[in-house]
Ligand binder design. Structure first.
Ligand code: ADP
Ligand code: MG
Length: 155
């Protein structure tokens, strides 16, 4: 599914739809260049979940956890990591549901993952060439809920 995002608010709204309706245990793998809108989308997820803490880029902290919303949000950014470091982080513990309460796991620079969950949403953000963005949303081993599609169609 390909969506045209005219401005940053549209990117955020896509995130809101996901934050409102995704099930606990959902993993979102975000891909796209620096400045493509990955963090903006995760900020929308935070809004949809009802998180009032500001969602800031975890480029230096690697992982930010937000526990005040409908379900937890685990926000990761792998930009600064090499594959050995990614493997050592045991990121799977965020989606396995044993060590951490199941929530939404959103991973920026997920191209760097050395392993993937069984099911996930891949969102690829790119420039349209005229200042806006495209989002390509592909579910792997899962489906996009009707509620999310309806919310996107109503925007
Ligand atoms: P990334 O995390 O991918 O590096 P950011 O989310 O930090 O990117 O966004 C970079 C810039 O792009 C921000 O100024 C943001 O407001 C802007 N932006 C996000 N989505 C859009 C869009 N659809 N159209 C125009 N600008 C956007
Ligand atoms: Mg970012």
């Amino acid at each position: 599914m390909k969506v045209h995002l005219t401005n940053a608010e549209a990117t955020q709204n896509l995130g809101v739809a996901l934050g409102l309706f995704l099930n606990p245990g959902s993993v979102i793998l975000l891909e796209g260049d620096l400045g493509a809108g990955k963090t903006t989308l995760v900020q929308g997820i935070g809004l949809g979940l009802g998180i009032t803490d500001p969602i800031v880029s975890p480029t230096f902290t690697l992982i930010n956890e937000y526990l005040e919303g409908r379900i937890p949000l685990y926000h990761l950014d792998l930009y600064r990591l090499d594959s050995g470091e990614v493997t050592a982080l045991n990121i799977e513990s965020y989606w396995e549901g044993i060590e951490f309460t199941p929530g939404i796991v959103a991973i920026e620079w997920s191209e760097r993952l050395t392993y993937k969950p069984n099911s996930y949403f891949r969102i690829y953000l790119s420039n349209t060439g005229d200042g806006a963005r495209f989002a390509e949303l592909n579910p792997y081993n899962c489906t996009i809920k009707q509620e999310i599609l309806s919310k996107l169609n109503s925007q």
